[in-house]
Ligand binder design. Structure first.
Ligand code: CAA
Length: 378
C-alpha cells in the first residue's frame, strides 16, 4: 500500500502521463520515437534522481518511493519507466562506488533529468555469463584504452553517461573493472537502433569502443571490482524492473475489467460469465503477490539490509505475472485486444523483455537457489 507521500507522487505522475505521455504514445510506439522533453519533464517533477542525496541534486527518497513511481509510470509507458530505472541504477553506482569528484562531475546532470545514464555489461557472447565479457581496458599513460562492443544497451546513443564493464585483468569476475565513459569520448560510437518486439520508444543500441581513451579518474573504485559493482547494482535494478512489471500488469487488468463491463455477448456483459471472473480474479491476485514482493524487497534496501534473494524473487514473480496477465488481457479483449486500437497488445509486447533484461528469469532462479544453499550452509 502506498504511503501518503507515495500517493501524492503517484497522483502527480498520473497527471503527467495522461497529459504528456499518453497523447503521443501510440504514434511514438509506432514510429519508435523517444522524446527527450518527456524524460526531462520527469526530471522537472523531481523524479530522475529520487534516491540520490540532495547535495547531488537528488530527492533523498527511498527505494520504495522509486518503485511506486515506476509502477505508476509503467501504467502508461514501460519505455520511459525503464529509461528512468536504468538511469537511476547508473546514478546509484556512481553514488555508491564513485569518489567525491566523480559524484560532483557526473551526478547533477543525471539527477536533473537533463542527461540519461546507460549500463553496459552484456556482450554478444556474454549475456547470462556476464563474467565472461571480452571488452578490454588496457592501462596507458593517465588512463585506459577500451576496446570491444556492448550489446542491447538500453538508452544507447541517447545517454550522457555510460557505465562500462571491461577487462583489466585475467579471465573471470575478478579481472573486470568498471568505468564511467562520457558521451562524446573519442572512440565511443553506436550501432544501429535495434528493431524490437516491444519497448519501442526506448532506443536499444550496440555501444562500440574502439581505442576509446578513458581517464584513470573515471575508474570506479579500483581494478578488479567491476563485476561486484555490476552485480550489486543489478540487485537493486531487478527490484525496479519488478516495480515496472507491476504497473504494466495493473494497467492490463484495468483495461480488462473495463472492457468486460462494457462488452455484451449473449445479451449480457461478458463480466457476468464466471469463466471470465475467474481469470480477472487470478490476474488481480497474482499482481498483488508481485507488488507485495516488490514492496518487501525495496523495504529491505531502505532498511540498509540488501536481500539478493528477495530482489530476484520480486523480479521473477512480477515479470512472469506481467507476461501472463497481459496475455490474458489480450484474450479477454478478444479480436480488438489483438489490434492497436486498445493498449493491451502493446502491454503484452512490452512485458516479454521484462523476463529477459537485468538477468533472465532463469538466472533469477539460479540466484535464488544459490541463496538457499548459502542460507543452509550458514
Ligand atoms: N553483489 C556483490 N558481489 C557479488 C554479487 C552481488 N549481488 N553476486 C556475485 N558477487 C561476487 C561474488 O561474491 C564473487 O566474488 P568472490 O569470488 O570474491 O566471492 C564474484 O562476484 C563472482 O560471483 P559468481 O561466482 O556468483 O559469478 P558467476 O559467474 O557464477 O555469475 C550470475 C553469477 C548470477 C550468473 C551473474 O553472472 C548474473 O547475474 N548474470 C546475469 C547478467 C545480467 O543480469 N545481465 C543484465 C544486463 S543489464 C540490463 O539488462 C540492463 C538494461 O539495460 C535493461
Amino acid at each position: 500500500m502506498n504511503n501518503e507521500l507515495q500517493a501524492e507522487i503517484c497522483q502527480q505522475i498520473e497527471r503527467y502521463r495522461k497529459d504528456h505521455i499518453e497523447p503521443t504514445l501510440e504514434q511514438d510506439d509506432h514510429s519508435e520515437n523517444f522524446r527527450m522533453e518527456i524524460f526531462s519533464g520527469l526530471g522537472e517533477l523531481g523524479l530522475c534522481g529520487m534516491t540520490l542525496p540532495e547535495k547531488y541534486g537528488g530527492a533523498e527518497l527511498t527505494y520504495s518511493d522509486l518503485c511506486a513511481t515506476l509502477t505508476e509510470l509503467a501504467k502508461s509507458s514501460v519505455s520511459y519507466a525503464v529509461t528512468l530505472s536504468v538511469s537511476t541504477m547508473v546514478q546509484s553506482i556512481i553514488n555508491e562506488f564513485g569518489n567525491e569528484s566523480q559524484k560532483k562531475k557526473f551526478l547533477p546532470s543525471l539527477t536533473s533529468g537533463q542527461g540519461i545514464g546507460a549500463f553496459c555489461l552484456s556482450e554478444s557472447s556474454s549475456g547470462s555469463d556476464a563474467a565472461a565479457l571480452k571488452t578490454t581496458a588496457k592501462k596507458t599513460d593517465g588512463g585506459y584504452i577500451l576496446n570491444g562492443s556492448k550489446m542491447w544497451i538500453t538508452s544507447g546513443g541517447i545517454s550522457e553517461t555510460y557505465i562500462v564493464m571491461a577487462r583489466t585483468g585475467a579471465e573471470g569476475a575478478k579481472g573486470i573493472s568498471a568505468f564511467i565513459v562520457p558521451s562524446g569520448s573519442e572512440g565511443l560510437s553506436f550501432g544501429k537502433k535495434e528493431s524490437k518486439m516491444g519497448w519501442k520508444v526506448s532506443p536499444t543500441r550496440e555501444v562500440i569502443l574502439e581505442n576509446c581513451f578513458v581517464s584513470e579518474e573515471n575508474l570506479l573504485q579500483s581494478e578488479g571490482l567491476g563485476f561486484k559493482i555490476a552485480m550489486a547494482a543489478l540487485d537493486k535494478g531487478r527490484i525496479t524492473i519488478g516495480a515496472i512489471a507491476v504497473g504494466l500488469a495493473k494497467r492490463a487488468l484495468d483495461e480488462s475489467v473495463k472492457y468486460a463491463l462494457e462488452r455484451k455477448q449473449f445479451k449480457q456483459e461478458i463480466f457476468n460469465f464466471q469463466g471470465l471472473q475467474f481469470m480477472l480474479a487470478d490476474m488481480a491476485t497474482e499482481i498483488e503477490c508481485s507488488r507485495l514482493l516488490v514492496d518487501q524487497a525495496s523495504h529491505y534496501y531502505d532498511q540498509g539490509i540488501p536481500n539478493q534473494k528477495l530482489a530476484s524473487m520480486a523480479k521473477l514473480k512480477s515479470t512472469d505475472t506481467a507476461m501472463k496477465v497481459t496475455t490474458d488481457a489480450v484474450q479477454i479483449l478478444g479480436g480488438v485486444g489483438y489490434t492497436t486500437e486498445y493498449p493491451v497488445e502493446r502491454l503484452m509486447r512490452d512485458a516479454k523483455v521484462l523476463q529477459i533484461v537485468e538477468g533472465t528469469n532463469q538466472i533469477q532462479r539460479v540466484v535464488i537457489a544459490r541463496c538457499l544453499k548459502k542460507e543452509l550452509q550458514a
